[in-house]
Design a protein around this ligand. Structure first.
Ligand SMILES: [Zn+2]
Length: 357
């Protein structure tokens, strides 16, 4: 990353190792496009590695879902859920042994190649966000320093301990010197070389807790005040409800804070999310109630409608050696096929800015 930032800054011969944290931070702020594209290169390589190496999480990853989020200062990070095939149940000795192999919070001995990596990336340091939910007696909401634990054990998802443990079903084996170490996977930390957190879920309740806590985060609360004020003003206006709702939606969109990196993601069409399972929306309302997408010519005049899945279903072939199209319902059709668009010849091969002196 530092190397690519130096190249972007016109200093390709400088040594990335010489950049201190302030200089690096300055470059990150100057080049959000480089940061975002570089992050996605690294993350795509990590995904490829995880999906092709069954030993990383003990077994094959059969499903995954991930989403990019942006921290307060705007840098991207990923939230991900993966499903591992055939993992021994966590409440068996074998299951716990497997967990210990892939999920650790141990500060390795100084002789280990992992020691420096863990020290650099995995030690928790309190910041103001640690205390954002506490009132009188401030305690770190991530639970650091964490207590010693002789052996990895499970906590019941219906117990108070589960809530106190931040919705984590597992309390990992932790020595007295490991109080500040965040959970990591020994294989992934070596190739990722950046901060990570990993937690076993095991039950539907834990997955639900994880998704509610980390994946569906709302926008920063500082915005709520001004949006709430705007909504109160709109409520008092004497227009009909649909106009009011439209104005509220526009206001919320307008008030949203977007970091430079998020702008870079949107402008460069980088992926914000992906999963091994896909969703397709099927509009099954009556034909006269269905939304259609208008098609425009180069003058901006509407010339008709774009085709939709119902039209494509109606035009399906009558005979095919592999598919029984005659007896195929719309739902099956939508599950089996997706639209494929030929790349337009007029589109330039490269969609990056070309430097033209
Ligand atoms: Zn903290």
């Amino acid at each position: 990353m530092r190397k690519s930032l130096l190249i972007a800054d016109g200093r390709p011969m400088d040594n990335p190792q010489d950049l201190d944290i302030i200089a690096t931070q300055w470059l990150i702020e100057q080049y959000p496009v480089i940061v975002s594209i570089h992050f996605m290169y690294r993350f795509n390589a990590l995904m490829k590695f995880m999906l092709n190496n069954n030993q990383v999480l003990n077994n094959r990853i059969k499903d995954y879902w991930w989403r990019i989020e942006f921290q307060n200062r705007g840098s991207p990070h990923v939230h991900m859920v993966v499903w591992v095939e055939g993992h021994a149940s966590f409440d068996t000795e074998e299951g716990l042994q497997q967990l210990n192999k892939v999920c650790s919070c141990e500060l390795p001995p100084e002789t280990s190649e992992l020691h420096d990596l863990i020290k650099k990336n995995q030690l928790h340091k309190h910041t103001h966000t640690c205390y954002k939910n506490s009132s009188e007696s401030p305690t770190c909401r991530f639970g650091f320093p964490r207590k010693e634990c002789a052996e990895t054990r499970l906590v019941s998802h219906s117990s108070d301990e589960f809530i106190r443990n931040g919705g984590r079903i597992c309390i990992l084996k932790r020595g007295s010197e490991d109080g500040w170490v965040n959970n990591y996977n020994p294989t992934l930390i070596k190739i990722w070389n950046a901060n990570m957190d990993i937690q076993p879920c095991g039950t539907n309740e834990t997955i639900a807790f994880y998704i509610a806590k980390y994946v569906s985060k709302s926008d920063p609360t500082q915005l709520d005040g001004s949006v709430a004020r705007a909504i109160r003003e709109i409520q008092r206006e004497e227009t009909d409800i649909s106009h009011k709702l439209f104005k509220v939606c526009m206001r919320i969109l307008k008030e949203r804070q977007v970091s430079a990196c998020e702008c870079a993601y949107r402008l460069c069409h980088l992926n914000f999310r992906d999963s091994s399972r896909k969703c397709t929306f099927l509009n099954t309302r009556k034909p006269e109630q269905r939304y259609r997408v208008l098609k425009f010519d180069s003058n901006g005049t509407a010339t008709g409608y774009c085709s939709n899945i119902i039209e494509r279903y109606e035009k399906r072939p009558t005979e095919h050696p592999n598919y029984d199209f005659d007896n195929m319902c719309l739902l099956e059709f939508a599950m089996l096929f997706e639209s494929h668009y030929e790349k337009s010849n007029q589109e330039p091969e490269e969609c990056v800015d070309i430097y033209d002196p």
